[in-house]
Design a binder for this molecule. Sequence first.
Ligand code: GTP
Length: 259
Amino acid sequence: MMEATKQKAHKKRQAGTKAIKKKKRDKKGKENEEAEDQRNPKAFTYRSAIRAARSKRRTLDISEKRNRLPQVDRTPIEPPPVLIAVVGPPKVGKTTLINGLVKHFTHHTVSKNQGPVTLVSGKKRRITFIECNNDINTMIDIAKVVDLVLLLVDASFGFEMETFEFLNILQTHGFPRVMGVLTHLDMMKKNKNLRRLKKKLKQRFWTEIYQGAKLFYLSNIRHGQYMKNELHNLGRFISVTKFKPLDWQSSHPYLIADR
Ligand SMILES: Nc1nc2c(ncn2[C@@H]2O[C@H](COP(=O)(O)OP(=O)(O)OP(=O)(O)O)[C@@H](O)[C@H]2O)c(=O)[nH]1
């Protein structure tokens, strides 16, 4: 008969490397348990409101500082002429306005307007007027280099799709200054309607640009020319307007060519 052999019971090691290792492991496990007890149940939130406020303030300070980095004005000592684009749908009065402004600044009458016109508007300022047609390629080209936009709007028609499109294009290259000009106001017969229309268009213009954006009214046309005092007002604004250096323009050299 085979007698069942009695096996030896396992004897824990008391000394040696294995025993030391095991002891260490057990100790670590206990520590971990303790750490778990202390752990913040609201993980990933702040424990202290003061510290939270401080850290929030610091991140805001840093981002604000980044926003307010001084912009380097790279315009040369003798700057190039200020480029003013006259933008608007066909037959809105772009050519008439350019001719009127040229007459205001130079006292010369332009018989035929072909391409950009550059003139001296003050002791240290030259300006170039350029007409921007309603086609998307011209709009994109001009949006990159323009300093001031005269946005012509036919008041008897209202804003057109292309006007908004142009404003969107402007945003891509840093928004230059935009002034609105309402024409064809003489088409409105009733004074009350005219006032209401002006107000409506102004509100629409302000929501598109910013509250308080400059909007001019060219209320009448006589002998194919706008009123002298209105042109004078617009011309004065053009000559005193200050332009901020645009990031895109100062980092890209450009040349204006008339096609
Ligand atoms: N009644 C009236 N007619 C205007 C007004 N502004 C312009 N016009 C007339 O509209 C016509 C077109 O004027 P333009 O200056 O040639 O218009 P434009 O935007 O240069 O036209 P395109 O070069 O074809 O895009 C002219 O006959 C102007 O006399 C306005 O405020 N009232």
